[in-house]
Design a protein around this ligand. Sequence first.
Ligand SMILES: Nc1ncnc2c1ncn2[C@@H]1O[C@H](COP(=O)(O)OP(=O)(O)OP(=O)(O)O)[C@@H](O)[C@H]1O
Ligand SMILES: [Mg+2]
Length: 270
Amino acid sequence: MIELQNIKKGFGDKEILKGVSAVMESGKVNLIIGASGSGKTVMMKCIVGLIKVDSGAIRYDNQDFTAMDDREKKEIRQQIGMLFQGSALFDSMTVEQNVMFPLEMFGTGTLKEKKKRVEECLERVQLKDAAKKFPAEISGGMKKRVGIARAIVLNPRYLFCDEPNSGLDPQTSLLIDQLIKELTVEYNITTVINTHDMNTVMESGDHIVYMYQGQKQWEGSNKDIVFSKDQKLNDFIFASEFLREAKEMRQLDMFKDKNWRDQLGKPGNQ
Ligand SMILES: Nc1ncnc2c1ncn2[C@@H]1O[C@H](COP(=O)(O)OP(=O)(O)OP(=O)(O)O)[C@@H](O)[C@H]1O
Ligand SMILES: [Mg+2]
C-alpha cells in the first residue's frame, strides 16, 4: 500500500500539486486519470522519488519515503518497477538484453539464474520467440510487453505505468491492461497507472483517482463512476453523446443487480 498525505509540488511560482491525499492499494490496479496538464506525471514522479515534493508525506507500506536517507530510498526504489511512456527500450540491445538490464544493475545470483529469470518474464508476456530481436524489429504492443517484462524482472512490490496504452489500438490496449492486472493480482503488487484510456477506466478501474487542476477531485471505482454526480468527472469521462448513452445503459444494467442497488444511497456515495 502507498499513502500520499497532502503532497504539494510547484515549479517556480506555479503550483502543480495542491495538497493531494490518496491511498494506492496493494493487489489492485490504481488509476490516476485527468485531463492533460492536470499533474498526473508530476504526481507519479513524486511518488517514485524522481521529483522531490515541497511538502507532505509518501508512505510505502507505512515507511515514510519522504523522510528517508539516500540508502533507505534506494532500498525502496529497488522494489519499484516502472513502465515509461513510449516504453523507453535501449535500441542497441536485444529484447532479452533489455530485460536483463535491471538484473545486471541490481540483481543477485549467478548468470545462469539471471538468464532463467529473463526467460520466465519473457514467457509471462508471451515474447519468448522475440528474445533475439531488436526494438526496431517489433511492434508497439510488443515493445510495451518488453517494457512490462523489464519492469517486473526484479519482482517489484510496486509497479508504475505512465500511459501504458498510448499509441496502441483498442484491442492491444485491452491485452496490455489484462496483463498488468493479472500480474498485479498474481504477485500482490501495488500498481499505479496514469491513463487517458476510457476502456482501461471502465474495464480495470478497481480504484480510480481523478485529478483536476492539481487536486484530487474524485475517488472511487469504475462502478461508482457510472452513478457519480460529480459534474467535472462526468464531463471528463462521458465526453461524447455516444458515451453518455453507454453510461445510461450501464446504469440500467447495474440497477438490475440488487447488491449494487442496496449500496446506492449509502452515506459516502458521491
Ligand atoms: N519539470 C517541470 N518544470 C516546470 N513545469 C513542469 C515540469 N514538469 C511538469 N510541469 C508542468 O506541470 C503541469 C502538469 O504536468 P504533467 O506532465 O504532470 O501533466 P499530465 O497530467 O501528466 O498531462 P498529460 O496527460 O498530457 O501527460 C503542466 O503544466 C506542466 O507544464
Ligand atoms: Mg503525463
